[in-house]
Design a protein around this ligand. Sequence first.
Ligand code: ATP
Ligand code: MG
Length: 350
Amino acid sequence: QPLVFSGVQPTGNLHLGNYLGAIRKFVALQENNDCMYCVVDMHALTAQLVHEDMRSQTRSITAAFLAAGIDPEKHIVFNQSTVPQHAELAWIFNCVARIGWMNRMTQFKDKAGKDREQASLGLYAYPSLMAADILLYRATHVPVGDDQKQHLELTRDIAMKFNLDFMEHIRRSGYGIDITVGDEPVHAYFPMVEPLIDGPAPRVMSLRDGTKKMSKSDASDLSRINLLDDEENISKKIRKAKTDPDGLPSEIAGLSNRPEADNLVGIYAALADKSKADVLSEFGGQQFSVFKPALVDLAVNVLSPITGEMRRLMADPGHIDAILRDGGARARARAEVTMNQVRDIVGFIY
Ligand code: ATP
Ligand code: MG
């Protein structure tokens, strides 16, 4: 049975990258799959330990899920900390994963800053908790932005090593499943997750620097379009977005070595549900003074209904909390099934 899982951290204002790379895919996947969408508040502690607004950020992200069209009755919307089994499985994965694997993670290198000795152990172990988020439900498909690709490869490595380390216990437990890895049949407990990272804008870049990804935690608000930005703000940010002096090329090849142009074309394509090639056949040869206003109109058209609905939902925090409570209870029931089996496989008396 396919199961979709993904998470978003309550670390700041959601932006266009989160929408195109993640949330919009969450919405599309609901049609044919059982989906679980999680506000990963425990992960947010790795960005900043003491938050004044963790609760309001958690509600705001939940509101964005709902406003974008996620159905919390057919699917499960919850916040991570209400299901303590995430932390429990993460501990076991900390003992499965190798320090050498963690040392290769580029997100840690980016976020730890210069003085790595002063980074928290939580930031270092982030990918292990993320593997637990996904594998706790034995999820098979994970819609994410391109920046999370490496963490998903690590999730597969952790699943694989658990499956091999506990092979005999899994066989005796009777909880195993037959999967194929490459072409090899393997009797496993955890499935090999598949990342879903497609589309014309898998990594939306900063509007100020085409070599850096758009991020919630970027100090410059001009670097991103927030889901809560109004028309005036969106227009200002796109007008000010960094570009080179040339016009738009007519073919994709003309975008190479032009990261800012490539980024804006990718954003347009994703918002319009077109390919980059289609966008260039429409705008090739035009100047940014023509393309940018068209992009503003398109962005406002796509985002403003979501913004309006988010604001409406956020006016009633009690309603949002009730949705999270309900989702949390349903997630806990599933999590406990897995953890009972994992405790048994590992050899804990329970
Ligand atoms: P932070 O800077 O705090 O890490 P973030 O913007 O990276 O915030 P996350 O909560 O870490 O947001 O990620 C949520 C989802 O959004 C993930 O699936 C991630 O891959 C996706 N995502 C984040 N930034 C981008 C981006 N610039 N382009 C496409 N997808 C993105
Ligand atoms: Mg991130």
